[in-house]
Design a protein around this ligand. Structure first.
Ligand code: GLA
Length: 428
């Protein structure tokens, strides 16, 4: 009997230890799953593609502009090419009611209200985005969301907003050494939490411009993409990433070495596209030529960058359409692997970039920073590819397969030109 009791005690003890262990493992797993779930909510699995009002219209954005843009997005074929978000940037706001805290829209430029506009955009099979700011005022001195995060997020959700760009002007601690990072993280988290609490899937675009390294904390505060640079103007080169406006080349350099922070639902954002502006938009800058605009498209796609068009798409030239509607380069941007390109080789102002793609393929960009023509030849080894492999080579801008000397990739590049190839290993 004593022996039997002894056995029962031992069995019970074993049971308790095992079930306690399981509980610990279970709670560990649940926590791990919870944190994965918050970082990966299934939104922005590919870099978001759309249009934003700031570059072309700035202060003059209106409901008419947004409706015409939604129509043009569908009629031009941009929607079929994957562009889906129509985002109103700054200057949609009216006043904030001091009693209720509710923010209205500008009654002259948005007489039908934002909800009606969102409904129209949705009726065209597109998604709707809006803009606010983590400070007391936006960059255009309009009422912003600081202290009103919950009210604003709820209102955005009620309006049917699918995407929020959240800026960082007028934050009182701006520039201070102590509290600067912590304040940015707190403020972006407040809006991130408020958006999540609405229950509506809203892509959260952090627009802090890079000084507080949002690639380190953007994901944790609920962000799906974060600007890594100041505003890109309609210009090729302005070599300082310290204030607006920078050039396309400066933004390319600012993306360098950030590849490990990018991936599905978490994208480094080198700002919107200036393609097609030709110095005619709101932001100006002097304008770029079509080679330079094509290079912006090429490198943004190599980077898996969000593709937010920034020109007036209701009046695009044929050249602009050919750049924005190139499905081969868009496929590189949207490749499900979601890898940002990294520079593998550079010499005398010419560079080679590699982006791994699904199906063991690679996109390679050959890029000439110089203001003169340059021929370039790089070996597979220099491209960090299997040096003895044979590849089929597809030229993404010419839209056909090209023959290349065995073991090398070559290109004759015009000033600021970037050529992009997809390399697919031959099966022998
Ligand atoms: C900042 C942002 C821009 C734009 C303007 C609006 O400069 O970086 O992209 O949103 O504000 O005022």
């Amino acid at each position: 009997m004593k022996k039997f009791k002894h056995r029962i005690v031992i069995v019970t003890l074993i049971f308790l230890i095992v079930s306690y262990g399981c509980q610990i493992r279970k709670s560990d797993n649940t926590e791990a799953m919870d944190s994965t779930a918050s970082a990966m909510d299934g939104l922005a699995l590919n870099p978001p593609m759309g249009w934003n009002s700031w570059n072309p219209f700035g202060k003059n954005v209106s409901e008419r502009v947004i409706r015409e843009t939604a129509d043009a997005m569908v009629n031009s074929g941009l929607k079929d090419a994957g562009f889906e978000y129509i985002v109103i940037d700054d200057y949609w706001q009216g006043t904030r009611d001091s009693a209720t805290g509710i923010l209205s829209c500008n009654p002259e430029r948005f007489p039908s209200g934002i909800k009606a506009l969102a409904d129209y955009v949705h009726s065209r099979g597109l998604k709707f985005g809006i803009y606010s700011d983590a400070g007391t005022l936006t960059c255009g001195d309009q009422p912003a969301s600081y202290g009103y995060e919950d009210i604003d997020a709820k209102m955005f959700a009620e309006w049917g907003v699918d995407y929020l760009k959240y800026d960082y002007c007028h934050c009182p601690d701006y520039g201070s050494e102590n509290n600067d990072y912590r304040m940015a993280i707190d403020r972006y988290k407040s809006m991130g939490d408020a958006l999540k609490a609405t229950g509506r899937p809203i892509v959260y675009s952090i627009c802090e411009w890079g000084p507080r390294s949002p690639w380190l904390w953007g994901k944790e505060v609920g962000g799906h993409l974060w600007r890594i640079s100041y505003d890109v103007g309609d210009k090729w080169d302005e070599p300082r990433n310290e204030h607006s406006q920078i050039g396309i080349l400066t933004a390319i350099d600012a993306m360098t070495n950030l590849e490990r922070f990018s991936g599905p639902s978490a994208w480094n954002d080198p700002d919107m596209l200036v393609i097609g502006l030709r110095n005619s938009g709101y932001i100006k800058g002097g304008g770029c030529n079509d080679i330079e605009y094509r290079t912006q498209m090429s490198m943004w796609c190599m980077f898996s960058a969000p593709l937010m068009i920034g020109c007036d798409i209701s009046s695009m030239s044929e050249e602009t359409k050919a750049i924005l509607l190139n499905k081969d380069i868009i496929a590189i941007d949207q490749d499900p692997l979601g890898k940002q390109a990294f520079r593998v080789w550079r010499k005398d102002g010419i560079e080679a970039w590699q982006k791994p793609l699904t199906g063991s393929r690679f996109a390679i960009a050959l890029f000439n920073r110089n203001s003169f023509d340059k021929s370039m030849k790089v070996s597979l080894k220099e491209l960090e590819l299997d040096p003895v492999a044979e590849f089929n080579v597809y030229d993404v801008w010419k839209h056909f397969a090209v023959k290349q000397p065995s073991g090398n990739l070559t290109a004759d590049l015009k000033p600021h030109e970037c050529q992009v190839f997809v390399l697919d290993k031959k099966t022998l």
